[in-house]
Design a protein around this ligand. Structure first.
Ligand code: FMN
Length: 158
């Protein structure tokens, strides 16, 4: 069995989560690769058993490079492949603006739309999309998030 973890990351937090996920997968998966979204050819995903995609939430959605990558995956290419989606995000409680928390509730985060696009390409969603929290825009990650990411990754295998 082999797995590919694809991530985008501006400040490095999503990258750390991606590597924690990949590391957790190695317990049961022989071959796990972790790649920056800009380094993955879209047809590369056809060869994997498990595909996990993560992005920072920016403006309530995934980054442009993540969306471009997902859109470029050939139609039905993910048929028979287990997929999962994650993001990093800021907790509503940590946002100083009064208006922003309501907008975050309304418009959401990156993981769900990533998951939807993976399913639209034929993927089988192995676990619900998940968000991991940073303390502030540039990080660091909140305490315990790397461990939570590892636990989440193990659900993909069950
Ligand atoms: C321009 C910008 C827009 C952002 N928009 C959101 C947002 O809509 N919702 C949210 O929860 N966090 C938002 N954030 C915080 C990012 O999610 C945070 O920078 C990211 O998790 C850090 O991951 P990275 O280190 O991998 O880039 C935003 C940050 C920036 C700089």
């Amino acid at each position: 069995m082999n797995a590919l973890v694809v991530y985008d990351s501006v400040f490095g937090n999503t990258k750390r989560i991606a590597f924690a996920i990949a590391n957790a997968l190695t317990e049961k998966v022989d071959d796990v690769e972790t790649l920056d979204v800009r380094m993955v050819r879209p047809d590369r995903v056809c060869d994997v058993d498990i595909l996990i995609v993560g992005s920072p939430t920016r403006g309530f959605r995934p980054t442009g490079d993540t969306v471009e990558f997902l859109n470029a995956i050939p139609d039905k290419a993910l048929t028979g492949i287990k997929v999962a989606a994650f993001d990093t995000r800021i907790s509503e409680q940590d946002v100083k603006s009064r208006l922003l928390p309501a907008m975050m509730k309304l418009f959401g985060y990156a993981a769900r739309p990533i998951g939807k696009r993976l399913v639209a390409k034929g993927g089988h969603l192995a676990v619900a999309p998940e968000g991991f929290f940073v303390q502030a825009s540039e990080g660091p990650l909140k305490e315990g998030e790397l461990e939570r990411a590892a636990d989440w990754a193990k659900k993909v295998l069950s």
